[in-house]
Design a protein around this ligand. Structure first.
Ligand code: PDD
Length: 285
């Protein structure tokens, strides 16, 4: 069945969506994006995704006036038309179409706003009861990972390399320390029960699920340390897990062939997943 997608203010069949070959998203990866999860037909962490989108647009001086209420109506409509109960809404805003030039074009160029939905089956094949196995790969991405751009070739290469060597995903490593996963934030739980995830900086994407999970963990009086950790520390930890809009909280049970804890999803990760699923749904739009 053909999806209905959103392009520049209109809802159109996906085969009718036309974007210029001169679009800077295509020529320069000059575009930012957000992936928002849909559960029970509702949008999770919508405000967080809009705040980060606004920040990404600002960092790139991308001239788009974000109207969050209007965006909420558009996303709800897209979810409704495509009858999405569990899945995602993908939103991309590029600088628009212009003659090829390294300089940004003038203010007359209109950004391209594109959105589509995907059902969960197409997004997240991992089973939280089993967890995932990750390998480690050098983090060779650019230095502004805090901006959510569509420049995703290196994470895509890393994901393929992980898959070819029999893993579900990869932790990216810089100076011996884990930055994050290919498309998720990385966490460990120390033997003394402290939840550790890398501190916010330009080195990682400021995950919306990460922020929500840390907030819920704090509310549940759990111990949190925002600092970097090495691959060795991760392998010796009691538990590991990842967070993202498409995975929520997903246990990691093996890193480079070394079992984490019992080699089964840990209790902290399970609990945080439960809390996240419950609380984020209560606050969903
Ligand atoms: N990826 N780190 C990276 C590099 C990511 O690409 C993502 C999200 C995250 C988690 O952020 P959030 O919790 O806001 O989803 C961390 C999305 C899901 C994607 O590209 O599909």
């Amino acid at each position: 069945m053909s999806r209905t997608v959103f392009l520049n203010g209109e809802f159109v069949k996906e085969e009718d969506a036309r974007i210029s070959a001169f679009d800077r998203g295509f020529l320069f990866a000059d575009a930012v994006y957000e992936v928002t999860s849909v559960r029970a037909g509702k949008l999770l962490d919508f405000d967080g995704h809009m705040d980060r989108l606004e920040r990404s647009l600002g960092e790139l001086e991308l001239n788009y006036k974000l109207d969050c209420m209007e965006m909420l109506e558009w996303q709800r409509e897209l979810v409704r038309i495509n009858e999405i109960k569990e899945g995602i809404v993908y939103l991309q805003i590029s600088r628009g179409a212009a003659d090829r030039s390294f300089k940004y074009p003038g203010p007359d160029v209109q950004p391209t706003v594109f959105m589509f939905t995907q059902t969960h089956a197409h997004v997240n094949p991992a089973d939280p009861e089993v967890g995932i196995r990750v390998t480690t790969i050098d983090d060779l991405r650019w230095g502004r990972r805090d901006i959510k751009t569509v420049q995703l070739l290196y994470p895509s290469m890393a994901k393929m390399a992980a898959s070819k060597s029999g893993f579900d995903d990869a932790f990216l490593v810089e100076d011996g320390q884990v930055t994050e996963g290919t498309a998720c934030n990385a966490f460990i739980v120390t033997q003394s029960g402290s939840i550790v995830t890398r501190q916010l900086s330009r080195d990682i994407l400021h995950g919306i699920t990460r922020a929500a999970v840390l907030r819920y963990a704090r509310e549940a009086q759990m111990q949190i340390e925002e600092r970097s950790f090495s691959v060795k520390e991760a392998q010796e930890s009691a538990e590991a897990f990842i967070t993202s809009a498409s995975n929520y909280v997903m246990p990691v049970v093996d890193i480079d062939g070394v079992k984490i804890g019992t080699g089964r999803p840990g209790t902290v990760a399970r609990r945080l997943r439960e809390i996240y699923l419950e609380e984020s749904l209560k606050a969903a739009k």
